[in-house]
Write a protein that binds this ligand. Structure first.
Ligand SMILES: C=C1C[C@]23C[C@H]1CC[C@H]2[C@]1(C)CCC[C@@](C)(C(=O)O)[C@H]1[C@@H]3C(=O)O
Ligand SMILES: O=C(O)CCC(=O)C(=O)O
Length: 297
């Protein structure tokens, strides 16, 4: 393995994809107050629809505030991420992601990609809303990691259920913003399957050479991201990178490729990435909503 300034070459990105040394400008992403939108107040609804329509036609990113997700649950989800990623490697590898599967533990996708490796560890698992009595996330942690991880399963099951509920309320907003009504997309995604991903970005001595997550569009329908208070998320708009800085008590929401297709390209799924820094680890919780495949005609 070759090294350049202590960084293995597989983690070093090409010149044209490296993060800029200077922090890019902050991107002004609209913040939607979900509570006022759902209150049915005509003016609030029309304002929220206008903001979402404008944002999604351009870049597909917006923030949601007053989302109703329990703050303690969010804090627990972050705390347990620290606990999991602090485990010794052999313990984490008990959940090792298998080739071809999108679930499990991955450390920089070693073995999956050979260059431009992301500077991150991830733990991904499925959430199925099709049968509310089946606690798929609890079962995952118990079956893959064992009895000691029961509490992880309970917390992330609750977190995924909260994300699923939030995603359906956001689908109401997206339907209204496109003029097809609040039930159109909500009904389509009811009982869906999703992927929950825990992202852990260790500090890096050379944050100018690596990327936590490379430039990508999410292939799924909708992503609900909760980032900790360490900056790192960047979106690519009008041929430039901008940072989407953490905003207390909000989730970052973005359209994925599948939802872009569902809107015949009217709403955009845009490139984004995550940069790292030399001092602090960074964490994010990403919930990727997908449609029920039996509803995709
Ligand atoms: C279903 C998924 C695959 C990825 C995680 C979720 C939704 C986004 C996908 C991903 C982030 C898109 C960019 C490349 C990728 C490999 C990554 O950087 O993590 C993708 C995820 C994956 O395939 O693991
Ligand atoms: O961690 C972030 O800020 C972005 C993560 C992301 O884009 C992803 O997991 O697909």
């Amino acid at each position: 393995m070759q090294f350049q300034s202590n960084i293995p070459s597989q983690f070093i990105w090409p010149e044209n994809e490296k993060p800029c040394l200077t922090k890019p400008p902050e991107f002004q992403v609209p913040t939607i107050d979900l509570k006022t939108f759902l209150s049915g107040d005509a003016e609030a609804v029309s304002e929220a629809c206008l903001q979402v329509n404008e944002a999604c036609k351009k870049h597909g990113f917006f923030l949601v505030a007053n989302h109703g997700v329990n703050a303690k649950l969010i804090a627990q989800a972050h705390e347990l991420m620290n606990d999991f990623f602090s485990l010794k490697l052999p313990q984490k590898q008990r959940a090792q992601r298998k080739f071809g599967d999108c679930c499990g533990y991955a450390s920089s996708f070693i073995g999956r990609f050979s260059s431009k490796l992301p500077w991150k560890e991830t733990l991904s698992f499925r959430y199925s809303a099709s049968d509310p009595s089946k606690k798929t996330v609890e079962e995952y942690f118990l079956s893959v990691l064992g009895e000691d991880f029961r509490q992880f399963g309970v917390v992330y099951q609750d977190y995924c259920e909260a994300m699923n509920d939030l995603s359906l309320r956001i689908m109401e907003l997206l339907g209204m913003s496109l003029g097809v009504g609040s039930k159109y997309f909500r009904d389509f995604f009811e009982g869906n399957n999703s992927v929950m991903r825990l992202n852990y970005y260790p500090p890096c001595q050379r944050p100018d050479l690596v990327l936590g997550t490379g430039p990508h569009c999410d292939p799924t329908s909708l992503t609900i991201l909760h980032q900790d208070q360490v900056e790192g998320l960047q979106v690519f708009v009008d041929e430039k990178w901008y940072s989407v800085n953490p905003k207390q008590d909000t989730f970052v929401v973005n359209i994925g490729d599948t939802f872009m297709a569902l809107t015949n390209g009217i709403y955009k799924s845009c490139l984004h990435r995550a940069v790292v820094n030399s001092k602090h680890a960074r964490k994010s919780l990403a919930f990727f909503l997908s449609p029920r495949m039996d509803k995709v005609g």
